[in-house]
Design a protein around this ligand. Structure first.
Ligand code: NAX
Length: 328
């Protein structure tokens, strides 16, 4: 059909937005034949900058871009949205405590959850990139009781892609040869990138690498702390790679994962792998027809179990904190 797909993006004038919008408008998300309508949300003081970004989008003359709408009211900008990419969030400012950060983001994600509940399209899918992504998604989900919980996901695809890239570099394989990578848990330093189920050219990655010291002391911390390394080198946080991962995650969610592979998505736990029910926890998932399914039956050894439980414990703490603040 030629009806444009409505894609809402929040934080559209930010640095991830500056990469993300052009990729979506170029057809990288839905393909060159699907017209896209961009609906862009910003806070009022950033609307002028956003107008500048829209001028640049216009100047690209993207054939797939059917229209652009901007504003600071989520009940207008989320109207009819088929996909909502929640990128905008409140960064931790000087002197801000963890509780302050959760509260500031709580205000954003309660309001946006309610607005999505009220005005988004019936088929809406919601991807949360803004940090703390898992808990922001949890807050939005709880404030949108009429939207099925399975429609909410937080981004761990950047971590997933980073893990693939590190494994490719270690083994000399191409990225294309690497399958079944998994990020478990929180998009934070406690995340657990798992090589025990990943494959390189059809061979088990952990067996191929055969170097537990590298896995523990190099691979896992490199992936988990990559964000900080980028800030160190670039002077600002990852933006183009975060935008690319946001696109990868949404595209695979809507279009399906290939046979014989899976992706990592933080989704609501049903208790799989003994993770507390209701947390937004990153799992290996396959997708089809716009729905995800947690990969079942993976064998978990003691090393993995401890890592999976540690990142779950952090998410329980975050959940209890936002519950204490009355946000969920
Ligand atoms: P920027 O600070 O450049 O942009 C954020 C934008 O969001 C700003 O323009 C701001 O005005 C806007 N904003 C704030 N509150 C808003 C609201 N209530 N409604 C709409 N817009 C609002 O940050 P950027 O580098 O683009 O990063 C955006 C978010 O992604 C941050 O929370 C960041 O921590 C997070 N990230 C998440 C990653 C992930 O893998 N899940 C990786 C990259 C990134 O660090």
């Amino acid at each position: 059909s030629t009806t444009p797909v409505k894609v809402a993006v929040t934080g559209a004038a930010g640095q991830i937005g500056y990469s993300l919008l052009f990729r979506i408008a170029n057809g990288d998300l839905l393909g060159p034949d699907v017209p896209v309508q961009l609906q862009l949300l910003e806070i009022t003081p950033a609307l002028k900058a956003l107008e500048g970004v829209v001028m640049e989008l216009d100047d690209c003359a993207f054939p797939t871009l059917a229209g652009v709408e901007i504003g600071d009211d989520p009940t207008k900008i989320f109207d009819g949205a088929n996909l909502a990419l929640l990128v905008g969030a409140r960064p931790r400012g000087p002197g801000m405590e963890r509780g302050d950060l959760l509260e500031a983001n709580g205000a954003i994600f309660t309001a946006q959850g309610k607005a999505l509940n009220e005005v988004a399209a019936d088929d809406v899918r919601i991807g949360v990139t803004g940090n703390p992504a898992n808990t922001n998604a949890l807050i939005a989900m709880h404030n949108a009781p009429d939207i099925p919980q399975s429609r909410f996901s937080a981004l761990t695809r950047l971590d997933h892609n980073r893990a693939i890239s590190q494994l490719a570099a270690k083994t000399g394989a191409t990225v294309r040869e690497i399958k079944k990578m998994t990020i478990w848990g929180n998009h934070s330093a406690t995340q657990y990138p798992d090589l025990f189920h990943a494959e390189v050219g059809g061979k088990n990655a952990a067996e191929l690498v055969n170097d537990q010291a590298w896995l523990e002391n190099d691979f896992i911390p490199t992936v988990a702390k990559r964000g900080a390394a980028i800030i160190d080198a670039r002077g600002s946080s990852s933006a183009a790679s975060a935008a690319s991962a946001t696109i990868d995650a949404a595209r695979d969610w809507l279009k399906g994962t290939p046979e014989g592979d899976w992706v990592s998505m933080a989704v609501v736990s049903d208790g799989s792998y003994d993770i507390p029910e209701g947390l937004i926890y990153s799992y290996p998932v396959t997708t089809s027809g716009g729905d995800w399914e947690i990969v079942q039956g993976l064998e978990i050894d003691d090393f993995s179990r401890a890592k999976m439980d540690a990142t779950a414990a952090e998410l329980v703490e975050e959940r209890d904190a936002v519950k204490g603040l009355g946000l969920i």
